[in-house]
Write a protein that binds this ligand. Structure first.
Ligand code: ADP
Length: 255
């Protein structure tokens, strides 16, 4: 088996006295598409935010692409990662959020070119060329000069996907990217994600309440409850023949 691109080993995370993750371990293979499902508050978003280094961890280890995320190896010793190490590791990962988080005072194309220019020193003309390719891929090339406020939620989310792709990450994280959208706008965003999944070999982790989409998109579905993976397997196994009582109860409620 190829080396995992993500290796999570016994991580713990608390917010105050509330332990969100308690010794979570997970390995993800390169190009694998994972769907994380489960009740609200079970820790799914926290895992994505930890991988994006938007939250710290209290214990355990994470390796991305064979390198420690929160630690640095120096002379055979593991030291806490410094900001430079984190910034370098962060470039391997892109994230798309529920509420888009576009820069409101920047145009669509500026939203996409900003990170490559600032963090990788890409020249403006090159960044714009790549941005237009990405905007074309998500069907937003004709809105390159628009401001975010002029766009629908679905359009904003497609720009946010293009922006996350601009750094050519190996791993993409999608955090409930359709749950703030009007129902008629959900499909256009899911279509972009279907295309990405089919046409690229990026590793993708998706937190979602769209069970139909999770079924079609994922190679593997993880059912979370209270910070633990209760059950995992192929979409058909999880959605049609869940073994655990908690998975069955969750799916009965949601489907
Ligand atoms: P899920 O994505 O499965 O709905 P989350 O990972 O968002 O779950 O949240 C897990 C729990 O951690 C929830 O109870 C949530 O309220 C809590 N939590 C998440 N982020 C924070 C934070 N920054 N401060 C305090 N509590 C938080």
């Amino acid at each position: 088996m190829s080396q995992p691109i993500i290796k999570i080993d016994g991580i713990t995370k608390s917010f105050g006295s509330f332990k969100v993750l308690d010794g979570l371990s997970l390995e993800v293979k390169p190009a694998e598409k994972l769907a994380l499902i489960g009740p609200s508050g079970s820790g799914k978003t926290t895992i994505l935010r930890i991988l994006m280094t938007l939250e710290s961890i209290d214990g355990g280890h994470i390796q991305i692409d064979g390198e420690h995320l929160y630690h640095m190896e120096r002379n055979g010793q593991l030291l806490p990662a410094d900001e430079r190490h984190l910034a370098r590791m962060r470039q391997k990962i892109g994230m798309v959020f529920q509420l888009f988080n576009l820069f409101p005072h920047k145009s669509v194309i500026e939203n996409v070119t900003l990170a490559p220019m600032l963090t990788k020193g890409v020249k403006k003309a090159d960044a714009e060329k790549r941005a237009m390719e990405l905007l074309d891929m998500v069907g937003m090339a004709d809105k390159a000069k628009s401001m975010p406020a002029q766009l629908s939620g679905g359009q904003k989310q497609r720009v946010a996907i293009a922006r996350a792709l601009a750094l050519s990450p190996k791993i993409m994280l999608f955090d409930e990217v359709t749950s703030a959208l009007d129902p008629e706008l959900v499909e256009e965003v899911l279509n972009v994600m279907r295309k990405l999944a089919a046409e690229t070999d990026m590793t993708m982790l998706l937190v979602t309440h769209e069970m139909g989409f999770a079924h079609d998109f994922a190679d593997r579905v993880l059912f979370f409850d209270r910070g633990k993976i209760v059950e995992e397997g192929k979409p058909d196994d999880i959605f049609r023949h869940p073994k655990q009582e908690r998975t069955q109860a969750f799916l009965r409620k949601i489907i």
